[in-house]
Design a protein around this ligand. Sequence first.
Ligand code: AP5
Ligand code: MG
Length: 217
Amino acid sequence: MRVILLGPPGAGKGTQAVRIAEAFGIPHISTGDIFRENVRGETKLGGEAKRYMDAGELVPDEVVVGMVADRLAQADAVDGFCLDGFPRTVPQAQALEDLLVDRDAPLEVVVRFLVDHDEVVQRLTGRRSCVDCGAVFHAEHAPPKDEGVCDKCGGELVQRDDDTEDVVLNRLDVYRKQTEPLEHFYWERGLLRDVEAVGEVDNVTERALGLLREYAS
Ligand code: AP5
Ligand code: MG
């Protein structure tokens, strides 16, 4: 299964990608997570990405495309992947298409998560993320058992630097301008499918898995 999850910040891409990856035995590849790991590890890539991320702007295409090409070349991604947060611009989508043509393994489906603006602002400002394993919670919708402590690994839960209201609003603006054109790009190729991404997390998962089973070989 070769799938992309498309949708605005806060649509639930990361939350659902973990479940989709597990259901189909494919790697979950989140460019945002890779950047955050690099920021934590204080690598050169992390240093370069951080100033864009903190402002809610996109990291330049050439940086992201090279990083994803390396990741997709790893053995676990040969038979499939669930991409979360990539591509985010038309040049990134074009680069991915070229890469997959070369591998003779085209994309099978692009799932667009539908959710409205007010809901995503509310989700993102309430999000809490684990500093150690990256697991995602929400202060009200998906609280951890013990406040401030990750259920999965016991790590500390914090608010992401880019989840403050002003940066969230800029990220949504950047999404509208730079990422929304991908909807047309994939619609033209007959790959775009919609999932209603509001309501209980489990119900969204059921809808997404139901759709993706049509593509599972
Ligand atoms: P990235 O990490 O990809 O952030 P994003 O796209 O802004 O998406 P989010 O992670 O904020 O949202 P999500 O859809 O994953 O939602 P989640 O499941 O967490 O990118 C960060 C930055 O890195 C970018 O701004 C950019 O600088 C850089 N970057 C990354 N990729 C790049 C690229 N390709 N090109 C250039 N730059 C790039 O859920 C959100 C919250 O809602 C959580 O608290 C969750 O618990 C809650 N929630 C989830 N589902 C539900 C539900 N059904 N009901 C209620 N609450 C829910
Ligand atoms: Mg995410």
